[in-house]
Design a protein around this ligand. Sequence first.
Ligand code: UD1
Length: 385
Amino acid sequence: MKIISVVGARPNFMKVAPIYRAFEQLKMKNEKLNNDPSTSPGMMDTTNYKPPAIEHLICHTGQHYDAKMSDVFFQQLGLPKPDFYLGVGGGSHAEQTAKIMMGFEKVLLDERPDLVIVVGDVNSTIACSLTAKKLHIKVAHVEAGLRSFDRDMPEEINRILTDTISDYLFVTEKSGLANLKHEGIEESKIFFVGNCMIDSLINFLPFTERSDILNQLNIKANNYVLVTMHRPSNVDDEKRLIGLTDLINSLSLKRCVVFPIHPRTRKNLEKFKLIEKLNNNIILTEPIAYIDFLTLIRNSELILTDSGGIQEESTYLGVQCITLRKSTERPSTVDEGTNQLVGEDFEIAKTAANEVLNGFRKEGKIPDLWDGKSAERIVDILVNN
Ligand code: UD1
């Protein structure tokens, strides 16, 4: 059984890491079983049983390529050097998607895997699933069924198209089940398994105890606001970016603000000459590595973001989060978790943020099956189906 998992952009790495680990564990178990069948638990006749040989390979498309957006995540998450690196880099959507498809087709023709696993909603996700399906190779989509119902978001198009052609749809939260059912996807393909990104969080949380990032930034736990922004709808337009700069400046009068800047956001802040308008109490940093970033999330008084993953991580950790978007594809973080969706109006965001800084807390709970075992469930389903 040959399987290729695809990673491309930063949020993919922490979703594939637990899947990689689950395959490694299974391989070890199977090797043991092959060497000594009597160790097989609960098997009636073990003499003729040979567990399948599993080869799990990783393909990195190179959609994200900076050391701080990619390499450091591989190191920290314990991922091996990818077996294939397509090196596509940036470009327009069509250019990037086409380059990934052409590079990945060669890999598939050489390797002929039985299955391709794609995660999330980035351009690499749709590009690789489409390439695989055209070669009649099965596709599993991890994080299927999420919908923002905003088709202006490139990710929404990637989600819908990937789900439509996938053979296994692994769902993170209940809204995903309803969405896929509504779209007429066969129920036998859909599996509610929980959240692989939370698998990584649970696995690496103990490492945050050793992180020195708060000292390095000279900030105190529960006494700063963490900001991340990178959606085209928030950072590509000059007027919106001015609004965002004003909002962050106003929050920095009350608390220290930590703002790790995504490459897209940095380019635009520089282009519109806004970076110099951010005031002193704002700590601007390069993109931050995984363990340090988890440490920052865990200890922040408030997070202001437009990221998908951070809405989930803050919900798991019970940290107050304000999402500057008009919709979320992760409604469980609002319905059950600590996330508040405030839309695109910066004044509303400011009011909500000030309420939190004045002591308001939205109570939350952890959504079902966000228990650190999602990747094990996925591997179990794939191997036994
Ligand atoms: C992509 C995903 C988005 C995800 C985000 C996480 C799509 C459509 N979007 O958006 O869903 O939330 O990743 O970060 O797939 N760049 C660098 N260095 C890098 C990576 C990117 O300089 O390592 C530059 C690119 O050249 C480009 C810009 O940043 O100019 C944006 O990169 P791109 O891959 O197009 O999309 P993201 O905005 O990162």
